[in-house]
Design a protein around this ligand. Structure first.
Ligand code: K7E
Ligand code: CUA
Length: 660
């Protein structure tokens, strides 16, 4: 489209899109077009906007009240939270509290349910108040996103969390005591039978000690298959299992689908088994780890492994682990050489091929699942690794390689047979055709792109249309905010309809709370969240009516010894009771139900000096437990501006001092 056409389209849209107010001036006559374009041209000039800028605006601007077509679930990196972002508007809709206390949602600030979820995620009993979230994974049915759950990993303290998309609440965190850091997770199998979590930095399994001198013998990696029980909405650790791996650094993982269903794959780096130790006369870890021309793609038969785990696993740190030798003997694990310190591994939508980004290589290598299966069936192994894992011949395992540029990392897919690979060093996205392995075009990103996400791009049915480049650097993109800069999510239009068939950057969204690594983009209409909690008194974690739910009119305070139970309700614009009297040293349990059933009628409950702030969405019940260990007068008040008398939605919590 040329400028004139864009302006006409814009003016037309303005003229037809808005209903005229009754009795208002009738202005959409034939003259409006030209005066509209004149003022539009002036606006463009005043704001220094090019035609491409105006196209981008037209493609992303979302009028007030209009909803987005897609939702992105993006890692919030070190914040330990999950971001929900609308596409194409790139409006941030929510930060979902996962690994980190989050006051607005009342997560980990007094509420008992969320405190217990966070406690499940403590490490050997020590509370962990941050997370290094990398890879969100939406639940799938037959390889398509079903919109029910999202799983996320914490690389730093190997954990997986389960978030229910009925209310966007974290319901469970499982801690792996087997490994010391994860990275190849969370990835789900096509029907979400398992959530995969693969170790990254090798260590003795189960948290034992061994010196680095014993690295080759005693350090190990592992791929864990956490079993997810959809009806129970929980990961069941007792029905989960792991496979022991050699002490390489296992990296990104992915599940097979369709043709390759039943199998899982992960990359590795540091097959050199370097351990660093520069002051001990060793090469630095990163150079020691970059000597080999090839590392190993791990090919895992998880469906068979699930059977083998029933009889031949040994339990380490509470997890059933298939020993490496058993995995070799049973044909559960094979290696394929892969060029040099690879990073991303992405299975194509048809499940036929695996795309591996070379990182220190300029190619994406396309491994073919059927070829790999043929070699396994024919037992055509070229060697074994030092632990006895059979290695398939590289040349016969691949369908080909595509020369893309510097630093290929991750690959996403559209619905038309195209792949999009991030080039970290070149700071570009390369579009290429999966079938004929031909590079089509490249687009620059700002800057240093890591992951990229396309609409449902890692499912069996990608939707194309939009891609988001998740960039690590943003040096000249936004107003300076000190030396720590936000990261930059760039929305890229894949339709090509306004840019001569080419990709176009549409929008920059700064992410100011941690390094987001990966994201998932789902059609918004697949997610069907609740508007309110029903019946009144529902517990957000158990999703059942709380046995302590309080009915209107039955509010009361009961004392048994030094335990005080306060049965309290909230409704616009008061708490009942609004005065609570306890004695210093009492154990207090506030059972608090929001009686509202109106959409968005949320109250808060803050209690001064006791580190308490609850979020009470309509119908929600929350349990607050604490010891009244400080005497004094403590105002309690509602923290959501819920009504005209919100400021008056308050009361007193009186703690009478102990008699001396
Ligand atoms: Cu950042 Cu997936 Cu952890 Cu690549 S990883 S960028
Ligand atoms: Cu309730 Cu403000």
């Amino acid at each position: 489209m040329n400028l004139r056409a864009i302006l006409c389209a814009l003016v037309l849209a303005l003229a037809c899109g808005r209903p005229e107010s009754p009795g208002g001036p009738k202005s959409a006559g034939s003259g409006a077009g030209s005066s509209g374009s004149a003022s539009m041209a002036k606006l463009m000039k005043d704001r220094n906007l090019s035609e491409a800028d105006v196209t981008a605006a037209l493609k992303t601007y979302t009028p007030s009240g209009r909803k987005d077509e897609f939702l992105v679930f993006a890692s919030g990196g070190h914040s330990g939270q999950l971001l929900v972002i609308g596409v194409p508007s790139m409006r941030i809709l929510k930060y979902v509290a996962v690994f980190t206390p989050e006051p607005w949602q009342g997560y980990g600030v007094g509420d008992k349910g969320s405190a217990e979820v966070l406690k499940e995620g403590s490490r050997h009993g020590k509370p962990i108040t941050w997370g290094d979230m990398h890879h969100p994974a939406l639940s799938e049915t037959k390889g398509e996103y079903d919109g029910e759950f999202v799983f996320v990993n914490d690389k730093a303290n190997p954990r997986i969390a389960v978030i229910n998309l009925k209310d966007f609440v974290t319901e469970q965190i499982v801690e792996s005591k087997l490994i010391e850091a994860d990275h190849g997770g969370a990835f789900v199998t096509p029907n979400t039978e398992y959530v995969i979590e693969t170790s990254q930095y090798a260590a003795p399994l189960g948290g034992a000690y061994a010196d680095l001198k014993e690295y080759n013998e005693k350090y190990r990696g592992a791929m864990t298959f956490w079993h997810f029980d959809r009806a129970k909405r929980r990961i069941i650790p007792d029905e989960s299992f792991a496979i022991e791996f050699p002490p390489y650094m296992q990296d990104l993982a992915d599940s097979g689908k369709l043709t390759s269903d039943g199998w899982a794959f992960c990359n590795s780096i540091n097959t050199e088994r370097a351990t660093g130790g520069v002051l001990e006369g060793n090469p630095p870890l990163e150079s020691g780890a970059s000597q080999n021309d090839m590392d190993y793609l791990h090919v895992v038969n998880w469906r068979k492994a699930a059977e083998v785990a029933k009889t031949k696993a040994k339990v380490i740190a509470g997890m059933r682990v298939i020993p490496l030798q058993v995995a070799i003997d049973e044909g559960l694990l094979f290696f394929v050489p892969e060029p040099k310190s690879p990073h991303g591994l992405d299975v194509t939508p048809d499940g036929e091929d695996l795309v591996v980004g070379g990182k220190l290589d300029t190619h994406a290598t396309v491994f073919n699942f059927k070829k790999i299966q043929g070699l396994i069936a024919a037992k055509k192994f070229e060697a074994k690794d030092p632990y006895g894992v059979p290695i398939l011949p590289f040349a016969e395992s691949i369908r080909g390689q595509v020369e893309l540029g510097l630093g290929p990392l991750h690959t996403a897919f559209d619905g038309d047979g195209n792949a999009y690979t991030s080039l970290f060093i070149e700071t570009k996205v390369a579009k290429w055709n999966v079938k004929d392995l031909k590079l089509i075009e490249k687009i620059s990103t700002q800057y240093n792109i890591g992951h990229l996400v396309a609409a449902e791009g890692d499912t069996v049915a990608p939707k194309g249309k939009y891609l988001i480049a998740m960039n690590k650097w943003a040096l000249d993109r936004f107003n300076p905010v000190g030396p720590l800069l936000p990261q930059n999510f760039q929305l890229i239009d894949l339709s090509g309809d306004a840019n001569g068939g080419k990709m176009q950057v549409l929008y920059d969204l700064p992410i100011g709370l941690g390094e987001p690594h990966n994201a998932q983009m789902i059609r918004a209409d697949k997610i069907k969240p609740w508007n309110i909690y029903k019946p009144v008194g529902l517990d957000a974690v158990t999703k059942e009516k709380s046995p302590f739910a309080v009915e209107g009119g039955k509010e009361r305070v009961e004392r048994k010894g030094n335990v005080v139970d306060v049965y309290m309700t909230a409704i616009r614009s008061h708490f009942t009771p609004d005065v609570v009297r306890v004695k210093e040293g009492d154990k207090v349990r506030i059972h608090l139900t929001n009686l509202e059933q109106a959409h968005d009628a949320t109250h808060g409950f803050a209690l001064n000096s006791y580190n308490i702030n609850a979020s009470l969405e309509p119908g929600k019940h929350t349990e607050l437990e604490f010891t009244a260990d400080r005497a004094g007068v403590f105002p309690m008040y509602c923290t959501e501006f819920c009504s005209a008398l919100h400021l008056e939605m308050a009361g007193y919590f009186l703690v009478e001092p102990k008699k001396k």
